[in-house]
Design a protein around this ligand. Structure first.
Ligand code: CU
Length: 310
């Protein structure tokens, strides 16, 4: 048993350290930093509690062992101690609740100046829509990958990895839903892991200040090719993003420059009409990687298989 545990630790610790040297990956978004800070505060509190409980218990076990104290003391109760070990834990719980509550409020309040993106999970991939750049019922969407991903594909197993392109320096509000089963939109670098439910929309926001690309993955076992559901979030400068959106608008058959005012959202209560709800009863939109967008959710058409399933 002991050698098994040793073996496990010998294998697991270097494996973990090689993935995340020093612990969690660096957080690129203030939301992720908030979660990490809260985790660190609570971890320190737990460590102090463990230490202040374990050390006195160890001392008492050693100091007052039977061999040294053949005749036990007969006293019991201490009002001072009873009060202390009730009040101190209560204060710690109140502090943790307070910190958690305000962190939760910040995470769940969508910034008023955020840019909206709709994320639709399906077996087995992701679609991204830019409702703020869409108009007259024409949905501007991401540039679907036409080539298997070089880094994540192996011979005989191709993976098509979509990229969500966002501008730096602006909050991004994700509206997350699913066209079939439950998925989970997870990016460990950006502080979000939100379930994608068919027929429901979940919200989360993040913001990135520097350009970069961060890999994410579906985190809810959703079927045979669950492990293929990678995605990347790529942050580019606002000027580069404007060019990207122009190209996506042309792809959608729209003029490159947007003429409507962008969708506005009241802080905390998104009022956006999602793709999933704005085109009820229409035929499903099949994307280039073989998936079906949220339109299928309304019309009841089951999702198509991704290329790697065919
Ligand atoms: Cu999934």
């Amino acid at each position: 048993m002991r050698s098994l545990l040793t073996l496990f630790l010998l294998a697991a610790v270097p494996a973990w350290a090689s993935i995340h040297p020093g612990g969690f990956p660096p957080q690129m978004s203030p939301t992720g930093q908030l979660i990490d800070n809260l985790y660190n505060i609570i971890f320190i509190i737990i460590a102090v509690i463990a230490f202040t409980v374990a050390v006195p218990i160890g001392y008492v076990l050693w100091r007052f062992r039977r061999a040294r104290n053949p005749r036990p003391a007969t006293f019991s109760h201490s009002t001072t101690l009873e009060l202390l070990w009730t009040i101190i834990p209560a204060l710690i719980c109140i502090f943790i609740s307070y910190e958690s509550y305000f962190a939760m409020v910040k995470l769940r309040t969508m910034p008023a100046d955020g840019m909206n993106v709709e994320v639709v999970g399906y077996q087995f991939g992701w679609d991204f829509y830019y409702p703020d750049a869409s108009e007259n019922g024409t949905h501007v969407k991401f540039d679907a990958p036409s080539q298997p991903d070089a880094a994540l594909s192996t011979p005989g197993h191709e993976r098509y990895v979509p990229t969500l392109v966002v501008p730096t320096g602006r909050p991004i509000i994700l509206h997350i839903t699913s066209a079939d089963v439950i998925h989970s939109f997870y990016n460990p670098h950006l502080g979000f892991k939100i379930d994608a439910f068919p027929g429901r929309i979940n919200y989360v926001w993040f913001e990135v200040d520097q350009p970069g690309t961060w890999l994410g993955q579906c985190a809810e076992l959703c079927g045979a090719n669950h492990a293929d559901m990678f995605f990347r979030v790529k942050a580019v400068s606002p000027a580069e993003f404007a060019d990207y959106i122009k190209a996506r608008r042309v792809d959608a058959g729209l003029p490159p420059v947007h003429v409507e005012s962008p969708t506005t959202i009241v802080s905390g209560t998104p009022t956006l009409t999602p793709v999933a709800a704005s085109v009820p009863g229409t035929a499903p939109l099949v994307n280039t990687t073989g998936g079906v967008t949220a339109t299928a959710l309304i019309s009841g058409t089951p999702g198509n298989l991704s290329p790697s399933m065919k």
